[in-house]
Ligand binder design. Sequence first.
Ligand code: DOR
Ligand code: ZN
Length: 361
Amino acid sequence: MPLATRYELPAAADFHVHLRDGAMAAAVVPTVRQGGVNVAYVMPNLVPPVTTVSQAQAYKSRLQHLDPSVTYLMTLYLHPTITPDVVREAKKAGIAGIKSYPQGLTTNSESGVTDYAAFYPVFAAMEEEGLVLNIHGECASDHKKNITIMNAEASFLPTLKEIHNRFPKLRIVLEHCTTADAVKAVEACGETVVGTITAHHLFLIVDDWAGDVFHYCKPVAKMPNDRLALLKAFVTSRGKFFLGTDSAPHDISAKKGPGNTAAGVFTQPYAVPYILTALEEAIARGDISEDQVTQELLEGFLGGWGRKFYGVEDSEEGAKKGERIVVEKKDEVVAESFKGEGGIEVVPFRKGQKTWSVSWA
Ligand code: DOR
Ligand code: ZN
């Protein structure tokens, strides 16, 4: 059966977003629902990072103030000040997970992790309390060990395995999977381990970001066979992989200004539309087949499976119960940029290109 041109679906849930703070948050938060999403799993890499329960709560109320109709699931930043007691406090306060960043490897990761074993007591408390460990799974470049940004994710996978073996009941999300190796590693783990897949990694390969700052993110997009593995993981998922866009807005000056470009691709306003476009392109390349894209698959990948993994019901907090979206193939063109106060300008992924449209049913 060919791809339909219209799908009515439950509202999507995005299990990996960067909403920032201040003027940038004011510019970006209104784009969450625009993308067809009413549950946002909020990453904690602010400056300074969100390392305490009270910081997370204050951050959540700032987000709610900007758009109260979204459910925000909050996280803490794995950091030496996080102890088993903080884990228990976080659980009581409704914090959903703790995110680990490898030190120095991506945006605002200066206070990240160098030694995972040092956090085993914290992981044990998380396992006991049922808090999710969200992992940015990359090793820092180490040229003596032949590690660069191209094999940084593959090099991390033994650590994922080690943590899972030690804490088999700890729910772990390997965020933004980019390689065939990562897909295989997640599939080889027990049911407590899942992976998120972004929209942009379903489109991009290394040739696309080398030379284009708006395609540059961490982990970087890899080889055609890696993209193929992500698409195959998507269409065969049944819950092991689901959507986390890793939408990461940066002002145009941080992308194109002097110095190194900031890592991050901004996809929030078209979160669901991009997925449909990516599937269409994958079908056209022959990577997947049309009949693999079913209503059930879209419902699961875009929200159902993530909600199940995290135990998120249709919420009373923010998002309304039973909200639905309509995704259609019309003449939507991705905006040139999104502007905010203080001269903020964020360029979205695939600006000026056609994509699908989303409206609220
Ligand atoms: O490309 C990225 N951007 N990767 C990350 O891990 C962080 C994110 C950001 O916050 O900009
Ligand atoms: Zn991220």
